[in-house]
Design a protein around this ligand. Sequence first.
Ligand SMILES: Nc1nc2c(c(=O)[nH]1)N[C@H]1C(S)=C(S)[C@@H](COP(=O)(O)O)O[C@H]1N2
Ligand SMILES: [Mo]
Length: 216
Amino acid sequence: MSQGPSKTPTTVEDAHNVDHLSRFFHGRRAAPDKKLPPGQYETNGFPVLSAGPTPRVNRDTWELSVTTETGTRHVWDWTALTALPSENPTVDLHCVTKWSKFETHWQGVSLDVLLADVETAAEYALVSSYGGYTTNLPLEDLLDGKAWIVYGYDGEDLDPEHGGPVRLLVPHLYLWKSAKWVRGIELGDDDTPGFWESAGYHNYGDPWQEQRYWGD
Ligand SMILES: Nc1nc2c(c(=O)[nH]1)N[C@H]1C(S)=C(S)[C@@H](COP(=O)(O)O)O[C@H]1N2
Ligand SMILES: [Mo]
């Protein structure tokens, strides 16, 4: 009987703490690493955003060329690309039109691997696509595990709508930098604005700094 009164408050307090802790841990479990850059919302779909029609690029004739500032040209075809060691990055995508998609699964070759034997002191890359699209970024943003040339999505071949057979993936920048149907990378000392960069999009496009448009 003497333990009764002391037991009751202890139990209530335990319950309170357990509830508090479970909500704390539940909240963390529900959103492991999910972080939205400013102004973005999450989508579970995979919107298709293309400035023009989807070019039908055959993987048997597809080529990627890297041209350095000295004019040296390196070329990979499908066989050469897929013979390189590949990685399976899981990354979050952030589109400037404000959707973000968490934990997308890709297969492709790291630019570190692709450019391993390319001698260059260039600072900038101008990426071009079948169909005429271009986008520019500092070369360092393609290196150190930050970018891939991808040909697989979610365990399947990459859909033409999403850039198949092969696209660039640079997930730490807004998705317009991830050129679909990639065909060339020109390395140089001059920074040349690409398609959207010439039309008013930010030259760099860091979603965490909300660099959407010129002047942001
Ligand atoms: N070649 C090419 N690449 C492109 C585009 C494009 O129009 N053409 N659109 C860019 C933009 S604005 C976005 S948001 C993403 C969209 O990729 P998704 O269609 O796979 O979602 O591709 C980028 N890469
Ligand atoms: Mo976009």
